[in-house]
Design a protein around this ligand. Structure first.
Ligand code: GLN
Length: 192
């Protein structure tokens, strides 16, 4: 299993460290040539508007959209969720399609509000024993999910972990939590 990590901006090193610890063969994806050799793609947290621009300027957007349309498994966290979402709303009420649009949901960027911009919460995740530490940093709020999307965890009534087939996305940062179980479970599911 060659696990790609989109390495244009943001917290990609943390995903690489988790995947290394799990024994995956990690590829940092920076140029179009990296896209064909991967079996799954992790999209890290960061600044989604910046990554959206870098996807275009690095010519990665088109090959990634093509591979995602072809069933490439993907796991986006925080800004990675925004990149994967079908529809994005920003703070000014403007709506636009997510740059990769591979997950049938709508997200509102930075919508947790000032008081709760960054927080931690213990989450109950379907299929995991005990709780999972959710680290939220200026996370998007999921405002709508399509019918083929499973909600694997919620926080305060809002979906925070989604799965649509082999595309997973979290509003929080499992790569910053010290708990490797979600990366492990994703890898198990998509390599079987
Ligand atoms: N607020 C960021 C964005 O909208 C996401 C924050 C994160 O990835 N931690 O892109």
């Amino acid at each position: 299993m060659k696990a790609g990590v989109l390495a244009l901006q943001g917290a990609f090193r943390e995903h690489v460290e988790v995947l290394d610890a799990l024994g995956a063969d990690v590829v940092e994806v920076r140029v179009p040539e990296h896209v064909n050799g991967i079996d799954a793609l992790f999209l890290p947290g960061g600044e989604s508007t910046t990554v959206g621009k870098l996807l275009a300027s690095s010519d990665l957007g088109e090959p990634l959209r093509a591979r995602l349309a072809d069933g490439l498994p993907a796991f986006g966290t925080c800004a990675g969720l925004i990149l994967l979402a079908r529809d994005v709303e920003d703070e000014h009420g403007d709506a636009y399609p997510g740059p990769l649009a591979a997950l049938d949901c709508t997200v509102a960027r930075n919508a947790y509000g000032r008081q709760r911009e960054s927080f931690e919460a213990m989450l109950t995740v379907a299929g995991l024993d005990g709780t999972f530490p959710g680290v939220f940093i200026r996370s998007p709020v999921v405002t709508a999910v399509g019918r083929s999307v499973e909600v694997l965890a919620t926080h305060a009534g809002t979906p925070v972990l989604l799965r649509q087939g082999r595309v997973w996305a979290a509003a929080f940062h499992p790569e910053l939590s010290g708990d490797l179980r979600l990366h492990q479970r994703f890898l198990n599911e998509v390599s079987s």
